[in-house]
Design a protein around this ligand. Sequence first.
Ligand SMILES: [Zn+2]
Ligand SMILES: [Zn+2]
Length: 288
Amino acid sequence: MTPTLLFLGTSDSKGVPRLGCECALCQSVRPSARDFRTRASLLLQATEGTILIDTPPEVRLRLAAEHRPAPDALFMTHPHDDHILGFSDVVRSARTMQRPLPIFAPAEVFTGLRDRFGYLWESPTWSQEAELTVLEGAIEVAGWRLEAIRVHHGRNGWAYGYLMERSGWRAGYFSDALHVSDEVLGRWQGLDLLILGANFWKEEAPLETRSVYDVQEAITVAQGASVRQLILTHLSHKIEYATISPLLPSWASLAWDGRLIQISPIERTNPDEADGTNSTSSPDALYP
Ligand SMILES: [Zn+2]
Ligand SMILES: [Zn+2]
């Protein structure tokens, strides 16, 4: 099978529609619309198996809706509700599958998870359900090379994102980041695909109250890092697909729940492109 990335969820922390909101989008959006969003997670699929990044509250329902199996491995970015509230649903699939679920995260992410889900850790069957690996540096799982990268998450402190590599194709998944360090920007340099969280088109709130890039900042950052493609996720109710999409450069686009990216080997005929200038070729050429 062609390796794929599937956006299971693409919303900011509150979901779209946002509960209690009377804005036009929240009032009108219906399931199956591109603006109907569940909390952010990503599924990597390949012949060797399936990797899930994050377990938002809706993850079990989203896996079912997309007809996807329980994942073979789980990677976690940070212990905030919108990324973890489906954790026990996914971990408990291990019982049904009759094998422990390999779970990968940096140590401080596991600490946060244990604070929230201590009852799982204390369960007598925990060792049959979960096989924990503390990430230090890159790791090879199911044909992918993944590396956790710690990023600044504004007023929310810190989060991790993942660099993902497969057959020379390099991508980054950073759903929750703001004003990352020069060192992290260096790691994004020339990526074939950067997936970046952006809550709003332009966020007017004071910097100290913010936690994620806005769309315009994300484009500037991606341009600075000369990534070939940018896909924006972690989108709020203020991002209307039909309005915002036409405003993006040709190499940038919005994610939606159920968006599937097929990873095909990239032909780099132009040597200048090999070191990662923003591609002007059609995204469809890269991701048929
Ligand atoms: Zn988040
Ligand atoms: Zn709203």
